[in-house]
Design a protein around this ligand. Structure first.
Ligand SMILES: Nc1ncnc2c1ncn2[C@@H]1O[C@H](COP(=O)(O)OP(=O)(O)OP(=O)(O)O)[C@@H](O)[C@H]1O
Ligand SMILES: [Mg+2]
Length: 333
């Protein structure tokens, strides 16, 4: 069998911010790939570098940020070397992103149908009439009832869940090959979250996109992703097929994330969810040894020295010195 080329291949990405205290590595040698029709989850707690990874892929880093090293290949083309105009072209046509906060990315003064049809016309051309027809179709596709009427609403007239659906419609307007969804459900309540996740899953299988799905919650990953990458302090610490990682995590940090997912089956007794104590080290302030050291209940002296490499184990990767002598608990639900 000939291996299919990846839609996205990020290799040894290093993204740096210039700060008053000097340059800070928010992403520090990170690898991730997404194949055709595949959904890959990127998981990690706040500040681990997930959004900076997405913005690096999109070419949308703020002024103070820059890609310092590594490669970002989209269908084989290295975007790190691409011109700004080429980046812009790809953003409109082939790579789309849904952002964490839907309200900030919609323009409050234009009707939502218009915002979708303008995206269509800017990237695909065509008449205004066809674009507004397509906008209504897209609103319908993302599950907005009475799409024709809703297209005439302004963003503030819609609920948070509906606004996020509009954002998804805008992202899909140009039929992207790669969709990056950065915590698309974080700002929404739990029932709406579930609906949006279901919607993304359906769209992914109908439209055959590759999806990079970002979340801090390993609980949502099981239903939607094929593979998962766990990020900690700007680096990859574990990756593999979702089921394998769930059944048997190899890195203590992943075990901690799994233990903090509420179990679906009631255990009969009141149980407080364990959390991972402490905070991840700030970008740039990483000491010798494993970055998770201070928070790891399995840490030993051997974890204190040098830098810990990411090791490949068949189709998994793990960054832990104790990988061969630990048996960590997974989850069965
Ligand atoms: N504009 C910026 N200037 C300086 N540092 C930044 C900037 N944006 C992000 N960072 C730093 O980069 C690191 C990663 O941030 P990032 O936003 O990628 O985290 P995240 O994993 O997306 O977290 P969250 O789950 O809260 O969205 C953080 O330590 C953050 O302080
Ligand atoms: Mg983020």
């Amino acid at each position: 069998m000939i291996a299919q080329p990846q839609v996205l291949e990020v290799e040894q990405l290093v993204t740096v911010f210039d700060t008053p205290d000097g340059p800070v590595r928010a992403v520090d040698g990170f690898d991730i790939s997404v194949g055709p029709r595949e959904t890959v989850a990127l998981v990690g707690e706040s500040g681990s570098g997930k959004s900076v990874t997405c913005l690096s892929i999109m070419g949308l880093l703020p002024q103070s940020g820059r890609i310092h090293g590594g490669a970002i290949r989209f269908m084989g083309e290295n975007l790190v070397q691409a011109s700004e105009s080429r980046r812009r072209e790809l953003r409109g046509s082939s790579i789309a992103m849904i952002f964490q906060e839907p309200m900030t990315s919609l323009n409050p003064v234009f009707r939502v149908g218009m915002q979708i049809s303008e995206t269509i016309r800017a990237h695909l051309g065509g008449s205004a009439e066809n674009a507004s027809k397509r906008a209504v179709e897209l609103l319908d596709l993302v599950g907005i009832p009475e799409a024709g009427r809703r297209a005439r609403n302004y963003p503030h007239e819609l609920s948070g869940g509906m606004r996020q659906r509009v954002m998804i419609a805008i992202a899909l307007a140009c039929e992207p090959k790669l969709l990056i969804a950065d915590e698309p459900t974080t700002a929404l309540d739990v029932t709406v979250q579930a609906q949006i996740l279901e919607l993304l899953k359906d769209l992914q299988s109908d439209l055959g996109m590759a999806v990079l799905f970002v979340t801090h919650d390993l609980g949502v990953v099981a239903g939607i992703a094929d593979r998962v990458h766990v990020m900690y302090a700007g680096q990859g610490v574990e990756s593999g097929k979702v089921l394998d990682v769930y059944r048997r995590p190899l890195m203590p940090y992943t075990e901690g994330l799994l233990l903090s997912i509420p179990q679906l089956v009631a255990t009969g007794s009141e149980r407080r969810l364990p959390t991972i104590d402490g905070q991840s080290p700030s970008a740039g302030l990483r000491a010798e040894g494993c970055a998770f050291l201070e928070r790891c209940r399995y840490a030993r002296d051997l974890c204190r020295e040098g830098s810990v490499d990411l090791e490949m184990r068949e189709d998994r990767s793990v960054r832990c010195r104790r990988v061969d002598d630990l048996v960590l608990s997974g989850t069965t639900s």
